[in-house]
Design a protein around this ligand. Sequence first.
Ligand code: HEC
Length: 119
Amino acid sequence: MSSRVWGVVAAAAALVLGACAPSDETPAERGRRVYLANCTACHNLNPSVEGVMGPRVLGASRDLLEARVLRAGYPAGYTPARETTLMQPLPYLAPEIDALAAYLGPAVGGKPPAAGGGG
Ligand code: HEC
């Protein structure tokens, strides 16, 4: 009886650990997780749509994401979607820029990998 209970506990622990550190996560999936956790207070859950505060960000290049997220700036020659300066830099996301670019960037062909719904 008690060994069966421990078996269940071990299986549950394995599930929880698996959910926290998925080893087969693609860069785009990681980027989506980072985006949902850090950006959707202002940007839309669906990055192809305007958010409550931030503009649509689908198709943002890696250069734009790096400049914007790390320094609240823009790449040289880029015409910003908005003239406001409300977004604060989030420099702790430096290790995640590649993942964000994989999720949002032009490489995804202008389509959100997860949500549908046109634009
Ligand atoms: C506090 C709200 C807020 C958060 C959080 C936020 N943003 Fe923004 N973002 C904005 C606003 C507002 C703008 C428009 C420019 C401005 O006012 O700073 C913007 C602009 C941008 C732009 C430039 C779009 C363009 O084409 O000009 C990108 C790219 C961007 N955000 C990506 C992100 C990403 C990625 C995250 C998460 C890592 C994020 N933002 C988090 C509010 C936010």
